[in-house]
Design a protein around this ligand. Structure first.
Ligand SMILES: [Ca+2]
Ligand SMILES: [Ca+2]
Length: 184
């Protein structure tokens, strides 16, 4: 019990090292098969690697989500990347969740699209719209949850984080031993 509390405290400390990171969650609903949700994403600085992933599919409790990211292109928006299913990026994704890892984005405003499978972009420009390719009936829930982060998210802590956590634990137990040692 006490050990797990200490672990949690140290893990929190490790996470706060990433306080500068961009990290957002967009949540909402899509009620019809042909609805496309468009969200503005503003990057205050250039990113070397941006992660986007949904974790709302929930083994079929909600619809099969698809995610796209678009850059300004004159008065239109141009598709940078699009994904239907990539569920191995971060827990608690389940098999039809979507994931994207996008390299080298300049600072600026981007559009994120969320649509239900099988409502795909027709072309590389947003003005061309979306089209259902296989008339999947409206099944399951309508909730989506989309995460955006410029820090790689791992299902298990990286070795460096474990080292930090273990280092913190060692410091704490050393401190405890010192306090227990009789004076003089
Ligand atoms: Ca999907
Ligand atoms: Ca799919």
């Amino acid at each position: 019990m006490q050990t797990s509390r200490m672990l949690a405290a140290v893990a929190l400390g490790a996470c706060s090292l990433q306080a500068q990171a961009l990290s957002s969650v967009f949540e909402g609903t899509i009620s019809t098969t042909d609805e496309v949700v468009l969200l503005d994403l503003t990057l205050p600085e250039a990113t070397t690697e941006l992660w986007l992933w949904t974790d709302s599919f929930d083994n079929g409790a909600n619809f099969d989500p698809m995610v796209g990211i678009w850059r300004a292109f004159g008065s239109d928006w141009q598709l940078i990347d699009f994904n239907d299913d990539r569920a191995n990026l971060a827990p608690p994704q389940t098999y039809f969740d979507s994931g994207l890892v996008v390299d080298q984005l300049a600072a600026g405003t981007y559009k994120l699209s969320i649509s239900r499978f099988s409502n795909f972009p027709v072309g590389s420009l947003l003005s061309q719209g979306f089209e259902e390719t296989s008339g999947v009936p409206l099944l399951s829930g309508n909730f989506y949850s989309l995460h955006v982060s410029d820090v790689a998210v791992s299902p298990v802590p990286e070795p460096a984080v474990w080292a930090l956590m273990l280092g913190g634990l060692t410091l704490m137990s050393t401190g405890a031993r010192r306090r227990r040692r009789p004076a003089g």
